[in-house]
Design a protein around this ligand. Structure first.
Ligand code: UDX
Length: 433
């Protein structure tokens, strides 16, 4: 099929590459000329395992190109909208400026009978509004939310665990077209839910709200564990064996960040308020507040371990990305803690396997170093804030020989306390005795 993808950020770039990989002819459109030039030259503007190779292969195949010219979408059967919906500057709501601009730009180029497919995460009600505009131009609209996780973006796109189509009631034609786009997944009998616009829009924010709630739940349990001497990691293991609960997303620690979970729960709250249903989502305010307190508590713990104040203390920060296998520092708990400690007068030396450049762009004031060894040299306190595999594998004795004081906070509960303690470390972690 002929496909256009409007917006070549994380979601759009991955989607364009994966659609070409599935055998479609794809043009990726973005207003950012530098991004387009980079992608066309085979450069991925962010760190996503495997994407570079797949981009190169897709470009090589001749089925993938990139452009800043919106009229290049002409001739496509399907147009995916994959632009960002960040949190607005002045409220909790999602900013729909990019979605509206993309649709406005697309309208004059829509062929009669073509299909526009929304993938961006939008407030419920957006698709119905856009459908009126798109149908007036003789085309159709479907909403097809994306559930990709950074670090697993290719697998999540090529082998999704479910596919959701939101369409107008009775619009079998859009379903047939989307089935052709996703023929490989449909052939594998991937669960497919065909529903209305509102449900499709809600599925995405409901899924992220659930995941955020699960993380804040276990972090609340970590606080209770701290107050009682219990161990939240064993608690998570024990409740996780209950299939109704499940062990995944029960890792207590510094909490969630990134470009999706925080802004999606806030956007969901804002939209529910507009709809007069805010009361039903009141718990999400607490989920968000609990998550923010994780960062304050980490700073508080660092202060406690430094004798009441971090001023002048040399603190090593291992990890800056919002999660491992990513260079994304949007709303990153780790970077936030590093910045706060520096503001309190600590001499912070921070490192991350991938996220130093992205951190430096927004916080040039921090002292960044290339390796964990450089970060910990002479440190009074070591904070592990993003659970990269290489940090999980650090040798307590070797690292211990570099620091001034063997004092560590495992902010992600990813290390074995016994081996660190037996190497003479003071080991602390949220929710662990
Ligand atoms: C999320 C959703 O998982 C994905 O389905 C959606 O499409 C986009 O948003 P992503 O932002 O890539 O994906 O990150 P995710 O893996 O969900 O992690 C989010 C945050 O939660 C990270 O900061 C992570 O460190 C934190 N987290 C996750 C925990 O603190 N504890 C956990 O148990 C799991």
């Amino acid at each position: 099929m002929q496909i256009s993808v409007i917006g070549c950020g994380y979601l759009g770039a991955v989607h364009a590459v994966c659609m070409a990989q599935l055998g479609h002819s794809v043009v990726g459109i973005d207003v950012d000329a530098a991004k387009v030039a980079g992608l066309a030259a085979g450069e991925v503007p962010f760190f996503e395992p495997g994407l570079s190779d797949l981009l190169a292969a897709s470009l090589q195949s001749g089925r993938l190109r990139f452009s800043t010219a919106i009229d290049e979408v002409r001739g496509a059967d399907v147009h995916f909208i994959a632009v960002g919906t960040p949190q607005a500057d002045d409220s909790l709501a999602a900013d729909l400026g990019y979605v509206d601009a993309a649709v406005t730009a697309l309208l004059p180029h829509l062929a009669s009978g073509s299909l526009v497919v929304g993938k961006s995460t939008v407030p419920v009600g957006t698709a119905a509004r856009l459908a009126d505009l798109i149908e007036a131009a003789g085309a159709r609209l479907a909403w097809n939310p994306e559930f990709l996780r950074e670090g697993f973006a290719i697998a999540d796109t090529l082998r999704p665990d479910r596919i959701v189509y939101g369409v107008r009631p009775g619009d079998g034609q859009s379903v047939t077209t989307l089935d052709a786009v996703y023929a490989a997944a449909i052939d594998r009998e991937t669960p497919r839910i065909v529903t209305d616009f509102a449900t499709a829009e809600l599925v995405k924010v409901a899924a992220n709200a659930f995941l955020a709630t699960k993380i804040s739940f276990i972090n609340a349990m970590a606080d209770i564990a701290d107050a009682t001497g219990a161990d939240v990691t064993q608690l998570a293991e024990a409740i996780g064996y209950d299939e109704r609960i499940g062990r995944r997303f029960l890792n207590a620690g510094l909490g969630f960040g990134g470009g999706c979970l925080p802004k999606d729960i806030r956007g969901f709250l804002a939209r529910a308020d507009e709809l007069g249903a805010g009361e039903s989502l009141g718990f999400l305010r607490e989920v968000d507040a609990l998550n923010s307190r994780r960062r304050e508590r980490m700073v508080g713990l660092a202060q406690e371990l430094c004798g009441g104040s971090v001023a002048g203390a040399r603190i090593a920060v291992l990890g800056l990305a919002f999660k491992p296998d990513s260079d994304d520092v949007r709303d990153s708990p780790a970077l936030d803690v590093a910045v706060r400690l520096r503001e309190l007068g600590a001499e912070v030396r921070a490192t991350d396997p991938q996220a130093v450049s992205s951190s430096r762009r927004i916080h040039p004031q921090l002292d960044y170093v290339a390796s964990a060894e450089d970060a910990v040299a002479g440190a009074d306190l070591v904070l592990l804030l993003t659970e990269w595999q290489q940090y999980r594998e650090l040798d307590p004795a070797a690292i211990g020989s570099l620091v001034t004081t063997r004092m560590l906070v495992d902010g992600r509960n990813c290390l074995d306390p016994a081996s660190w303690r037996s190497a003479g470390w003071v080991y602390r972690a949220p929710g662990r005795p």
